[in-house]
Design a protein around this ligand. Structure first.
Ligand code: GDP
Length: 486
């Protein structure tokens, strides 16, 4: 998502950075580049033009000031960053709670936009914050929508109010009304109403959605839209705004390779903020939409804040604390610790997604590496470590040739893969010792001792060669002897 826009912005700024003083002609040039990049990414023409003209206006107004600073191109970059954040809605918008529970959230949008999946994601998100949501199956139109919602609810452990089987049978307005009543009686503090969509905007659809709205008086009507559909998303949003009205937008499928124009136009065109974004099919692929973080990603600065939050959520504080204490006490980082960390990384989801949040990862060579990233490496690495005995995990020095052969057999990997893992682990262990001696561990909060090159197994092949600790020249081809030398 936003990849091509991001690389165009990056390349526009890299030429600006090469300039010392910035002249008004340089501003014209970059503004034009930005405008074209936006249009090519499906941003509505007038939105792209007004965005570009604001950048131009602000940059030219401040040009003297900009050139007086130590880093003129950075000053322009900051203006673009601020304007991009603004066009994406300024600041994150949170759910407006009902004065008296339950808070009712109604989902609207076209069929296939991702409403039903989103109902599950939203329920999962709310549940994770200690709420007691109830899902209400008011999509009685789409084949299997009710059973899909029941499945989604059971996946995330949230009850589903579904008195009608759907598939064209039942009154969705009555179901929504009864669902709200049920939530009141059973003290659910949130109600999420899934409604029917159509393949295109039509009057029946709008009328039904408006009737449901009037029946349950929602605190939030969310318009769910597939970000992959480009300009059409904006047109559909406008039609729903006129026909049903909504308070905020949810963008789904941001993980796709859409050009992203919808996200950039929708706020301006509808005057409604984007509240949530879905980035995959799993319940956890969902978060509040943060305009500043999205702007940062588009500009190639990554999204370290989200990454850090995810890391904090995935890493067991007790395990992190134990590791920190161990480290402070001068004990070595072992494969047991490594396994704990791998579990946490797995909990954070796809490695490619995580790495994509790092600055500079979405452009040029890094992007290629990311595309070639081998997610399976994590699984293979874990299989190798799991085939080791507890003693071997704590002390890799005992790993002689026959033990390595046994581990290879047990994990279904080759001996050379086992050797590579051990070599890299020992290198990482050394790096940890050096870091300790030098004081402090660089890295993210909640991720103590994530040795580069070690903690990212999938990046091993070729991609991180430069970052790997130098291998000791072994005098022996025998792994047992090699292990003894380490
Ligand atoms: P509805 O008709 O609006 O209820 O749409 P669904 O919830 O059934 O979603 C339609 C399809 O899109 C399903 O196959 C979902 O798994 C998929 N989907 C929904 N959200 C996302 C997302 O954020 N990313 C991806 N990749 N797929 C999604």
């Amino acid at each position: 998502m936003f990849d091509s826009l991001s690389s165009k912005f990056t390349s526009a700024f890299s030429s600006l950075r090469k300039k010392g003083k910035i002249k008004s002609g340089d501003i014209d040039e970059i503004v034009l580049e930005i405008q074209n990049a936006l249009i090519e990414s499906d941003v509505a023409l007038e939105v792209a033009e007004s965005f570009a003209s604001r950048i131009k206006e602000r940059s030219l107004a401040d040009l003297e000031q900009v050139n007086r600073g130590t880093n003129p191109s950075q000053a322009i970059f900051d203006i673009v960053n601020q304007e991009l954040t603004e066009i994406l809605g300024g600041s994150a918008r949170r759910i407006r709670m009902a004065k008296k529970a339950p808070t009712v959230i109604m989902l609207t949008g076209l069929q296939g936009a991702g409403k039903t999946s989103l109902a599950g994601k939203l329920a999962f998100y709310l549940k994770g914050q200690g709420n007691t949501p109830l899902l209400v199956a008011s999509d009685l139109q789409r084949p299997n929508a009710v059973t899909q919602l029941q499945q989604v609810g059971s996946d995330v452990g949230v009850p589903v109010f579904a008195p009608e089987a759907g598939n064209g049978v039942g009154d969705p307005v009555a179901v929504a009304r009864a669902g709200k009543k049920f939530a009141e009686d059973k003290f659910h503090n949130f109600v999420i109403v899934d409604t029917a969509g159509r393949l295109g905007v039509d009057e029946d659809l709008m009328k039904q959605a408006a009737d449901i709205r009037d029946a349950v008086n929602p605190d939030e009507v969310l318009f769910v839209v597939d970000a992959m559909v480009g300009q059409d998303a904006v047109r559909t949003a406008e039609a729903f705004l006129a026909g049903v009205g909504f308070d905020a937008v949810v963008l789904t499928k941001l993980d796709g390779d859409a050009r992203g124009g919808a996200a950039l136009s929708i706020v301006t065109r509808t005057g409604r903020p984007i509240m949530f974004a879905a980035t995959g099919e799993k319940p956890k692929d969902f978060d509040l939409f943060y305009p500043d973080r999205m702007a940062s990603r588009i500009l190639g600065l990554g999204d370290v804040q989200t990454l850090a939050e995810q890391a904090k959520a995935a890493f067991d504080p007790q395990i992190s604390k134990n590791l920190e204490e161990k480290f402070a006490a001068g004990d070595d980082f072992t494969l047991v610790d490594f396994l704990d960390q791998m579990q946490a990384i797995k909990k954070m989801g796809s490695m490619t997604k995580m790495l994509g949040m790092l600055p500079g990862m979405n452009s040029g060579a890094m992007k290629k590496q990311l595309e070639n990233f081998d997610e399976g490496e994590l699984v293979r690495t874990e299989a190798i470590v799991r085939s080791m005995t507890p003693e071997e995990r704590v002390n890799v020095k005992v790993l002689n040739g026959s033990r390595r052969a046994r581990i290879a057999k047990g994990s279904g990997r080759s001996v050379s893969e086992v050797n590579t893992l051990v070599d890299r682990f020992v290198g990482a262990q050394k790096m940890m010792r050096q870091l300790r001696n030098g004081g402090g561990i660089p890295g993210m909060p909640g991720m103590p001792g994530m040795p580069a090159g070690m903690a990212i197994p999938g990046m091993a092949k070729g991609s991180q060669k430069g970052q790997q600790p130098p291998k000791k020249k072994s005098k022996s081809g025998n792994p047992a002897k090699r292990a003894a030398e380490l």
